[in-house]
Design a protein around this ligand. Structure first.
Ligand code: PGA
Length: 251
């Protein structure tokens, strides 16, 4: 019932030309016909325009990795939702753990960004996840519950349009993947929290991606868990064959 969604988070990698070449490679792998699941690539801001052109005629969607929560104005160095829309961007990753850790993003900031993205007609991919210290201190449930509740507060009916990405911080870029059972447990928790802040029907319809060292070898098993509706892929999204293999694993 939920269409799976696989998104590549390129992080601070790929020039415009390199990104266009990667997209050409992904299109060659997946073909331009109907895709079995929703597929999205998220280049850095500087690569969005070239990526949009490289995606012309393909069913692959385009996402950004961040945006500011304000409308156009005096915010040096920032990029707003309207600018992304003008580049044919449809999705935006918000509150990634690297944004939270290195750039001080709080749940309150992520919440403002999410509201602005929705108001502009973008689909937010809102990231949550516990650190290793939090997991070891048995705080996973508390931390993830708070992040979901506060990052997604006050969205009303628009909550149904959000994609949530569960990314345990200890699994990101480390090669340590959460086991399918570990991931499923937290995904089920997230869906319960979503039901509390909305209703059961809305929560059942929301896609929850897993992210953190997902690769062709583990993608299929992770995405066959009942509450895992796709993946947010970092390292493995930088290679066309690996990314395409993960997309096929979502079937
Ligand atoms: P990874 O990154 O696949 O390289 O672990 C995932 C992410 O941070 O979105």
């Amino acid at each position: 019932m939920r269409t799976k969604i696989v998104a590549g988070n390129w992080k601070m990698n790929k020039t415009s030309a390199e990104g266009a070449a990667l997209i050409a490679g992904i299109r060659k792998e997946l073909g331009d016909g109907k895709l079995p699941v929703e597929v999205v690539v998220c280049p850095p801001f500087t690569g969005l325009d070239a990526a949009a052109k490289a995606l012309a005629g393909s069913k692959i969607g385009l996402g950004a990795q961040n945006m500011h929560f304000e409308a156009p104005g005096a915010f040096t160095g920032e990029v707003c939702a309207e600018m992304l829309k003008a580049l044919c961007v449809q999705y935006v990753i918000l509150g990634h753990s690297e944004r939270r850790t290195f750039f001080g993003e709080t749940d309150a900031i992520v919440n403002r960004k999410t509201k602005m993205a929705l108001a502009a007609g973008l689909t937010p991919i809102v990231c949550v996840g516990e650190t290793l210290a939090e997991r070891e201190a048995n705080k996973t449930e508390k931390v993830v519950t708070t992040q979901v509740r506060d990052s997604l507060a006050g969205l009303g009916a628009d909550l149904a349009k959000v994609v949530v990405a569960y990314e345990p911080v200890w699994a990101i870029g480390t090669g340590k993947t959460a086991s399918p059972a570990q991931a499923q447990e937290v995904h089920a928790l997230i869906r319960r929290v979503l039901a509390v802040i909305s209703d059961g029907q809305t929560a059942t319809g929301i896609r929850i991606q897993y992210g953190g060292s997902m690769k062709p070898e583990n993608a299929k098993e992770l995405m066959s868990q009942p509450d895992i509706d796709g993946g947010l892929i970092g390292g493995a999204a930088l290679k066309a064959d690996a990314f395409a293999a993960i997309v096929r694993g979502a079937l």
